[in-house]
Design a protein around this ligand. Structure first.
Ligand code: NAD
Length: 473
């Protein structure tokens, strides 16, 4: 295996297409990698991560200007290790040709489905999980026998540069290529004739990517964003719900696609929820400013956007509670304390746009049906969280709402289960990775009829007066 040169692709029009052509050519030389070859590639990815783990953690910390190594380990690296292990364990079973029931009309033939690699998968990565969201889809693509090209996020440049170095050291340019760059590179990348594109990012850019891919009829998996609601039932202890939600909302300072975006709380419990949530956050993060456990906001621009949204909510009459336990001054930093917005209304930006940061609006409701109706009236979210002990009501909420995934009495942890598909619905995305569904997503299920020596067509072909044919109709 010859290591690939570390090229910084700054001239995309001269570098991207040849890199893809090279991968496509390489794929066609070996279009059907065995289980052993796939496992070996996954194993190499594992080795690469072990070798680069510390430097990757440090790069993410630099990109965020403050994110703890424990958090990066927990929410980025460990899930990739798990995913690699899971894919290695199951891919033999998934690859097996599946025999199907042959209709009587095809008497003498056998029918089967082959799961064939698609070819070269293009993977576009956002900044919030700059390692996991590149390498987790990669593990799925490799398990299904594909090659890949990854476009990292321009807002996590240190991580992007290191991912490029790592992949170039452990894989040849005939296997995986990493490209760094901004919107220009991304635009050109997504216009390339990949065999499949996995895009993780905003709903708005997802639509642009889908249109670009449509020109080549390239299928897309879109892992998008949205406003993931939490509904708390009156019967569920509000302090317990607040504690469980605080754990999830605090991760990466709310910069997570499945972060609880807003909370629907029984009208009489708004204040008790806000108080319990504030207390739970303050317990996790007693100080914020110099505390790496509490992640910074990725850029000044994102921080300004969040501050504008808080300002907009205040101007429109909301009561905003700032959770700043040590009473610190955050000017000149990229830290932003958690904000709880009481009295949020639908005309506020915090209720119109995905929040993607440490702001939590609380919406009061009177009847559970009203809360369900609110969710139904809005775009289909990536996740929905419901807190209740009653099985019938839980079932009702699951059946009457649409979302990519659901957690009951918990937030976000469904993303940690490799054995379940992960993906959105409607404006939160399409397609899946993780689980067997991920393998199928990156494979072509090819239907094959194999005819034997016996030719039954004489009985089912013209002249149509043929007796046997008439017996079928
Ligand atoms: P983004 O859409 O701005 O960018 C994502 C990627 O798309 C980047 O690599 C960027 O370079 C590229 N890009 C930007 N403009 C493009 C264009 N015109 N054509 C092609 N590619 C383009 O998203 P972001 O700000 O990096 O990430 C935040 C968003 O990602 C949030 O909406 C969040 O919910 C979503 N997200 C979703 C998931 C999920 O699994 N569903 C996970 C993480 C983040």
């Amino acid at each position: 295996m010859s290591a690939q040169p570390i090229l910084d692709i700054v001239q995309p029009e001269t570098a991207l297409r040849p890199a893809l052509d090279n991968l496509k050519h390489a794929f066609l030389q070996a279009p059907s990698p065995s289980a052993e070859q796939r496992i070996e590639r996954l194993q190499r990815l594992h080795q690469a991560l072990v070798a680069y783990q510390d430097r990757l953690i440090e790069a993410v910390d630099r990109d965020f200007n403050g994110r703890s190594s424990a958090e990066t380990l927990m929410i980025e690296l460990l899930p990739i290790f798990e995913g690699i292990h899971y894919n290695k364990k199951h891919l033999r079973k998934w690859m097996k040709t599946s025999s199907r029931k042959t209709p009587l009309m095809l008497f003498g033939a056998s029918t089967q489905v082959h799961y064939q690699p698609l070819g070269v998968v293009g993977i576009v990565v956002p900044w919030n999980f700059p390692i996991f969201l590149g390498l987790s889809p990669l593990a799925g693509a490799l398990a299904a026998g594909n090659l890949a090209m990854i476009k990292t996020s321009e807002f996590a440049p240190a991580t992007g540069a290191l991912m490029k170095e790592m992949i170039a050291e452990y894989f040849t340019s005939d296997e995986i290529v990493v490209v760094n760059g901004g919107v220009e590179v991304a635009t050109e990348f997504t216009q390339l004739p990949f065999d499949h594109i996995v895009f993780t990012g905003s709903t708005q850019v997802g639509s642009i990517v889908m249109q670009a891919a449509a020109k080549n009829l390239t299928p897309v998996t879109l892992e998008l964003g949205g406003k993931s609601p939490v509904i708390i039932h009156d019967d569920f202890p509000i302090e317990e719900a607040a504690k469980r939600i605080a754990f999830g909302k605090g991760l990466n300072a709310g910069q997570v696609c499945v972060s609880p975006d807003y909370i629907l709380v029984p009208r009489n419990k708004v204040d008790s929820f806000a108080a319990a949530f504030s207390e739970a956050i303050a317990k996790h993060y007693a100080t914020l400013k110099d505390n790496n456990d509490y992640t910074s906001i990725i850029t000044e621009r994102q921080r300004d956007r969040l501050l504008d949204n808080i300002h907009d909510a205040k101007e429109k009459g909301a009561e905003v509670v700032v959770i700043n336990p040590a009473n610190e001054d955050f000017s000149g930093t990229r830290k932003l304390p958690m904000h709880v917005v009481k009295g949020a209304t639908s005309d506020m930006r915090v209720m119109k746009e995905e929040i993607f940061g440490p702001i939590l609006p609380i919406l009061p409701y009177d009847e559970l049906d009203d809360a369900i109706q609110y969710v139904q009236d809005h775009d289909r979210p990536l996740a929905l969280y419901y807190f209740d002990w009653d099985k019938n009501r839980i079932d009702k909420v699951i059946r009457r709402t649409h979302s990519g995934g659901v957690c009951i009495n918990e937030v976000m942890t469904h993303t940690m289960v490799d054995d379940m598909p992960f993906g959105g619905v409607g404006s939160s995305g399409m397609g899946h990775y993780h689980g067997k569904e991920g393998f199928l997503n990156f494979s072509k299920a090819k239907s094959i009829v194999v005819k034997g020596r016996f030719d039954a067509s004489q009985y089912i072909a013209a002249p149509w007066g043929n007796k046997l044919f008439n017996a079928f109709i």
